[in-house]
Design a binder for this molecule. Structure first.
Ligand code: SIN
Length: 289
């Protein structure tokens, strides 16, 4: 009898994220392994030193932060994102998202004329770059009236920690090619990165390959590479370490591309979902784990 392993229970377990208490903001975990909603904060105003320090701590701890009821301008978004590092530009040669009149802000707008949307499969942003963006911050001011357009997030830490020790050992030291042409066409960068990476701030290890950009594992023949990548993509995308963000008008999602993957759901056509995104530049290449 054929027994499918798709969706089979995982044998290795990963500890749930620890709750933290903050003094200047309120942070509520969104799921056991990834995500938290931050309240008692107004992103239209400069933040206090204490708030900055606590939001940074929460970002490192929870991998993606959610904010609601923030009617921010480009200036507000740039000021807030800029606390995490210099802002950067998209490396894609052809993109679905559009430029705006500000060189650092991109428009993510979909409506009845859209043929595709950006980011429908699990990925971390522009992992094809030699130094992929540290983080991305999406603000949506308009949300489909009947719901839909949620974004899914997956913890690559939890996915790594749930692997067996032999699999962790096998992957350690391997590298993979991330080819931007697969998503953004010719003229987009291609880079090699370690498959297992170590986050520079948390020190935790995660899996750094994704469906969109990773073309192959450099040290393996193609057939072996395909089989291992297929397993890893399915493993990273498991429900156990994912959370689903339900947007409201004027919500923000701010994710760490070094330890989280995401995918956008396009279940709302022909309705409108519209907003603006900035990205925080990577300041170092992914570190081998
Ligand atoms: C993306 O950056 O991949 C899009 C995310 C989203 O629109 O939810």
């Amino acid at each position: 009898m054929f027994t499918s392993t798709i969706g089979a229970p995982i044998t290795a377990r990963t500890p749930t994220q620890s709750a933290a208490t903050y003094q200047s903001i309120t942070v509520t975990p969104a799921s056991p392994h990834i995500g938290a909603e931050v309240t008692d904060i107004d992103l239209t105003q400069p933040l206090s030193e204490r708030q900055i320090q606590e939001v940074k701590d929460a970002f490192t701890r929870y991998q993606v932060l959610f904010f609601r009821d923030q009617k921010i301008s480009f200036e507000d978004q740039i000021r807030f994102a800029g606390l995490f590092g210099p802002l950067g530009k998209h490396v894609g040669a052809q993109t679905i998202s559009k430029s705006t009149d500000h060189p650092l802000v991109r428009k993510f707008h979909y409506d009845e004329t859209s043929q595709r949307i950006s980011g429908e499969s699990w990925h971390s942003d522009q992992s094809c770059a030699p130094m992929p963006p540290l983080g991305s911050m999406l603000y949506n001011h308009t949300i489909p009236p009947d719901g839909g357009g949620d974004t899914m997030f997956a913890s690559t830490y939890a996915a790594y920690e749930a692997l067996s020790e032999p699999m962790k050992n096998f992957l350690s030291g391997l590298t993979a090619t991330h080819d931007g042409a697969r998503v953004f066409g010719p003229g987009t960068p291609k880079s090699s990165h370690p498959i297992i990476t170590r986050h520079p701030e948390s020190g935790r290890k995660g899996i750094f390959v994704n469906w969109d950009f990773t073309s192959h594992i450099n040290e393996l023949p193609r057939s072996e590479s395909e089989a291992i990548l297929k397993f890893l993509y399915r493993h990273i995308g498991r429900d156990e370490w994912a959370c689903r963000f339900r947007w409201q008008a004027h919500s923000i999602a701010f994710w760490d591309n070094r330890c989280a993957q995401h995918k956008a759901l396009w279940d709302y056509w022909p309705n409108v979902r519209s907003g603006f995104r900035v990205q925080i530049e990577g300041v170092q290449a992914p570190i081998p784990g």
